[in-house]
Design a protein around this ligand. Sequence first.
Ligand SMILES: NC(=O)c1ccc[n+]([C@@H]2O[C@H](COP(=O)([O-])OP(=O)(O)OC[C@H]3O[C@@H](n4cnc5c(N)ncnc54)[C@H](OP(=O)(O)O)[C@@H]3O)[C@@H](O)[C@H]2O)c1
Length: 307
Amino acid sequence: MRAVAMDAYGEPEALAVREHPDPKVGPDSVLVRVRAASINPVDYKIAQGYLDGAFPVLWPLVPGWDVAGEVVGVGPAVSGFAEGQQVFGYARMDHVGTGTWAELVSVPVRCLAPAPQSLDAVAASCLPLAGLTAWQALVDVLAVGEGETVLVHAATGGVGSLAVQIARARGARVVGTCSDRNADYLRSLGGEPVAYGDGMPDRVRALAPDGVDAVLDLVGGDALEASPGLLRSPGRLVSIVDADGVKARGGTYVFVRPDAAQLGELARLADAGRLVPNVQSTHPLDDVAAAVTEAVSGVRGKVVLTV
Ligand SMILES: NC(=O)c1ccc[n+]([C@@H]2O[C@H](COP(=O)([O-])OP(=O)(O)OC[C@H]3O[C@@H](n4cnc5c(N)ncnc54)[C@H](OP(=O)(O)O)[C@@H]3O)[C@@H](O)[C@H]2O)c1
């Protein structure tokens, strides 16, 4: 098959497609013909070597954790998936290097679900990693419910835009920080925009004078620092970027894990029109260097590789 395969860590411009051995399909895995793979910040952090201490690495390293595509093979212990089926998944194993920026990827069933029927592969590939992160923070940890107010720091990024929609679907009010250029987009998702930077805590208090019920921090730094003082009562604070910082403030660090049942929840929300991914651009796999360069530059929506 053809894949983005790296012999050493490198910057986006070093990424290139070449011939690579087809994946092995384990007993409880599904072979997926990749149609689309959205780019997440963690992908280029892995390509640059920033997660070297966190996971065993198989070289040559093929990056990519999000996938949407078609089942072209199943392992002998697999039930519930069949050739020709459209699937989407968060193909995160306990190692890195056998990723989705390829024509084929072998995905354990715990990482995979039937794709939303209402989305094409490009849009579906934007949901798994970012959507599961938002779900696990908002539902599993913060248990955000009807009538509550949740503050989302970085509310219009890949994770934030899905978190706002999930919280709204659960009946919560959402106050979100974003730059001015993204304020209307946040309003279109049902969130109430607050500019980040100097004075942000006062602007949040102006909208929620009694404090917010829960905070989801997707950016760290000053946003995390200010968060305990914006909560109505302590503890309902999650960060996905600063493990030590959030724990020191009585909150919880979330690192997204694969969950097939929750992928099903995301698909149901998408098919109900409650969860709409924001696709910025698509690039053929061969243009991976340009695609990652664009993603790193801080565009609002997802940049997606098509295969
Ligand atoms: N722990 C986990 O499991 C996990 C999972 C997913 C992602 N992450 C991490 O979480 C972070 C966000 O991921 P993502 O995919 O959402 O990234 P993204 O799509 O690149 O979005 C980043 C967002 O941050 C906003 N931003 C920048 N500075 C800000 C500030 N000071 N206050 C508020 N917003 C600010 C930007 O908004 P503007 O354009 O409006 O400035 C942008 O929308 C990344 O560091 C990623 O690696 C962790």
